[in-house]
Design a binder for this molecule. Structure first.
Ligand code: FAD
Length: 440
């Protein structure tokens, strides 16, 4: 396909050189002031002082810029790479509204935090006093790492427990490698350790007793467990070779053993950001054709429009108003039988409900099929905690991100059903501040 000489690891937003960073930072109008925050700050869920750090870069003070980022976002290096800046800070930039290119805030934040991490700067000044409270954080994804770092920075003893051998959660194992492969997570985790965070990695909490022990041994428990595996949606032919779920597909790629799709036809089921990521990754791995199958139209597609545009630019086709019926093949998948859909009245989500057009079945040839239809909540684990309630698969929390169990807080995907890293950072910061206020 005409798609690409890019590999799955070729970065969409590569690092800026010092000269490029200075020139870019110098374009910032440093708008905002004491009575009206700059629109980029308002648009940042983590409340990062964007004009402040960009101004520091423009003065040649990259390390000071890192400190400004870390005041509000301890995972500023990861966020710099993975945040959908087009719909957040950069999308709000006043330059954009004047018809000019917005400031490249993500790349500047990366420049700053890379400089700070390379210099081994502390993420925060040392805590003014040591506290006696102890907190356990379950999950070393962005929510757990942020909560732990915010607590350690306040002098609170905190241990992060995760089943994985490496911290980062989905940032390490799911976010597309053209945004972030592995760096700067190891450096961010090391900086969190220097701040006082302890890690117990490779520890799966797999029974009510194990969870109860964590809770009993702490003054507060923070749940940053995210969502679980891919949604349990099966079609006839699911067992054929070449049929994948999205998370294992991406994880093999992120951990160095990419799925064999070169020269093959890939069909991706779904219309969300994960489906788009899988499609672009397949194109970059050299698939001969990549087709996304989505049952509604482009208007209803949950993926970000700028990512859909990117996917098309990389050679991905999108089949709208089509839904899979079964996977076809002997031992290996050879195609997806689909049915045409039409849109009926809106359903409870407000989107027009798709319904099959009788007799409209057709076959889409495919050698690899990836289901990217959503993820399951970690209902079983969460049911083990008294007082913790789920609504629609999401943990119910109050304004402090406290659950119905007064000792238990939660944030991130477990609460919002799957959003962004910076949303996980936002919730975890609120929770950490609330926990710190209540502890001795
Ligand atoms: C394919 C994909 C692409 C994405 N791309 C982007 C992107 O480009 N930009 C962006 O901002 N967001 C993106 N996201 C969303 C983002 O990754 C999540 O919103 C974010 O990681 C949520 O953080 P979290 O800490 O709540 O959960 P997670 O990152 O899921 O971390 C949860 C952690 O809890 C651990 N855990 C769970 N249960 C247990 C247990 N029983 N015992 C021990 N440990 C446990 C897990 O091992 C994991 O490390 C993407 C998501 C997916 C699936």
């Amino acid at each position: 396909m005409a798609a690409t000489l890019r590999t799955p690891f070729t970065e969409l937003a590569p690092p800026l050189s010092p000269e490029e960073a200075l020139v870019e930072a110098d374009r910032c109008l440093e708008c905002g002031g004491p009575y009206a925050e700059a629109p980029c700050v308002v648009a940042c869920p983590a409340d990062v002082d964007v004009p402040g750090f960009v101004g520091a870069i423009a003065r040649g003070e990259a390390e000071r810029a890192a400190e400004i980022v870390w005041q509000e976002n301890l995972l500023g290096g990861s966020c710099a790479r993975v945040c959908p800046v087009e719909v957040l800070c950069a999308g709000a930039c006043v330059l954009l509204h004047e018809g000019r290119d917005p400031i490249e805030i993500g790349r500047l934040q990366r420049y700053a935090t890379d400089a700070g991490l390379a210099a081994g700067l502390p993420l925060r000044p040392p805590a003014s006093r040591r506290r006696t409270g102890r907190v356990v954080v379950l999950g070393a994804g962005p929510a757990g790492l942020t909560c732990a770092g915010e607590l350690a920075a306040r002098g609170i003893e905190v241990t992060v427990v995760d089943e994985r051998a490496e911290p980062g959660g989905l940032v390490r194992f799911a976010i597309a490698p053209y945004r972030q492969q592995r760096e700067p997570l190891p450096a961010e985790a090391a900086a969190l350790e220097r701040l006082g965070v302890r890690f117990r990695l490779g520890t799966r909490v797999d029974s009510p007793q194990a969870l109860r022990e964590l809770l009993d041994g702490a003054d507060a428990l923070f749940l940053g467990v995210g969502m679980g595996a891919d949604a349990d949606v099966a079609y006839p032919g699911d067992e054929l070779d070449g049929v994948w779920e999205s998370l294992p597909f991406i994880e093999t790629l992120k951990t160095g053993a990419p799925p064999a799709v070169e020269g093959r036809r890939v069909a991706v089921l779904g219309g969300g950001n994960t489906a788009v990521d899988v499609a672009v990754e397949s194109a970059r791995l050299g698939a001969s054709e990549v087709t996304m199958i989505y049952r509604r139209t482009e208007t209803e597609m949950p993926a970000y429009p700028h990512e859909v545009e990117q996917a098309r630019a990389e050679g991905v086709s999108i089949l709208f108003l089509a839904s899979p019926v079964r996977f076809v093949g002997e031992r290996e998948v050879r195609g997806v039988e689909c049915v045409r859909m039409r849109l009926a009245e809106p359903d409870e989500s407000g989107r027009r409900r798709p319904e099959p057009v009788p007799g409209s079945e057709f076959l889409l040839a495919a050698d690899v099929v990836v289901k990217a239809i959503g993820r399951r909540p970690r209902s079983e684990l969460l049911s083990w905690l008294e007082g913790v309630e789920l609504a629609g698969g999401k943990v119910v929390v109050d304004g402090d991100f406290r659950t119905g169990n007064p000792k238990v807080y939660a944030a991130g995907d477990a609460c919002n059903g799957g959003a962004t890293v910076v949303e996980a950072v936002r919730g975890a910061k609120v929770a950490a501040r609330a926990i710190a206020e209540r502890l001795p």
